[in-house]
Design a protein around this ligand. Structure first.
Ligand code: ATP
Ligand code: MG
Length: 321
């Protein structure tokens, strides 16, 4: 689904490569953490998957496309299979929650009917049922990130890329966001998440790819954040006798008490709308260029649309694998 073959990425004016001979393969349905110190190449890796950058050497294949040779015209259509979430949410501040999510469908020409059905469904999925009319500034950080996730997954992408999605959130809110990403992964979306947050990685026990200076130094199926995670827990065991009994009782009580700090995520899993649109992409009832042109630069920044994405001769290069 994603394959890097000896990928090296150098940026102009920076002699040190951001990625250096990276080989990486991610299968459909995986949940992969990219970890490593600041500057180790995590974001560069995600940008290569999105075709926001090209490799200096090596090849990148995503969803059956060779991203080195894919034509510029096809890139926006390729990107429709990918959702992206960032640390700073990047919501449209003058639009409501509903409009923020709807926008990502409108720019790719989904019909009004499709939008009206899909947006409430996905808002329910992310736990924002009934909050569609709010403005972003009327939401908490965790709620804003849920909107960003809703926007990223409303078109049911095959791959969700998340670059430090919990970086601006407190631990309890982050836990709720991670539950949501797990749920989206459980619905079949491949998730690749860059993060610094050891506690999250250690708790999830998912695949961990660690970068150091642009090289993959570790690729573990059920890994922790770093070396410290593999060190045996040296927390002192309770003393024998009465104290041990007390500790055991406390542990049992804790296990049976719901964690009141965790952020609630709806119990019922609502699936996001089918990847196959309810109406043809070229249906009449679509947003016009006039509707969307004012937001084109933003759409481009979000990887939703580019200037070359406006012709009638569009060829959807959608899912091939
Ligand atoms: N556009 C750019 N131009 C020049 N150098 C860049 C550019 N983007 C990244 N770099 C450099 O490439 C290296 C890897 O950066 P990258 O952003 O991929 O790291 P990161 O692991 O995501 O770091 P962080 O955890 O701080 O987000 C760094 O040395 C960085 O300075
Ligand atoms: Mg980064």
């Amino acid at each position: 689904m994603i394959r890097f073959d000896t990928v090296t990425k150098k940026y102009p004016g920076n002699p040190r490569p951001a990625l250096n001979g990276v080989d990486l393969e991610v299968q459909r349905g995986e949940f992969v953490f990219l970890v490593g110190a600041s500057g180790s190449g995590k974001s560069s890796c995600l940008q290569l998957i999105l075709k926001e950058q090209g490799p200096t050497r090596g090849t990148v294949h995503v969803l059956g496309h060779d991203l080195v040779s894919i034509s510029n015209r096809k890139v926006p259509y390729f990107r429709r299979n990918l959702g992206v979430v960032f640390q700073d949410f990047r919501l449209l501040t003058t639009k409501t929650v509903f409009q923020n999510v709807a926008f990502s469908l409108q720019v790719i020409g989904k019909s009004r009917g499709f939008v009206q059905e899909a947006v409430p469904d996905v808002l329910k999925l992310v736990g924002l049922d009934g909050k569609g009319g709010r403005m972003p500034h009327e939401l908490s950080g965790g709620e804003q990130q849920r909107v960003a996730i809703a926007r990223a997954v409303v078109n049911k992408p095959q791959i969700l890329l998340a670059d430090e999605p919990t970086g601006n959130l407190d631990p309890a809110t982050s836990a709720g966001i991670m539950q949501l990403l797990e749920r989206i992964n459980g619905n079949g979306t491949t998730v690749v998440m860059a993060t610094h947050e050891a506690a999250i990685v250690d708790r999830m026990r998912r695949r961990v790819v660690e970068l150091v200076d642009g090289r993959v130094v570790r690729d573990e199926t059920k890994g922790g954040y770093g070396d410290t995670a593999s060190i045996i827990d040296i927390t002192p065991l309770p003393e024998r006798g009465e104290q041990a009994e007390k500790a055991k009782a406390e542990a049992e009580e804790a296990a049976s008490t719901p964690d009141t700090h965790s952020v609630a995520v709806p119990v019922t899993v609502e699936s996001v709308p089918d990847a196959a649109p309810a109406v043809p992409e070229d249906a009449d009832d679509t947003a016009t260029d006039a509707d969307t042109s004012e937001h084109l630069s933003l759409a481009e920044r979000l990887g939703l649309r580019s200037n070359s994405d406006r012709g009638d001769d569009e060829q959807n290069v959608g899912p091939t694998t």
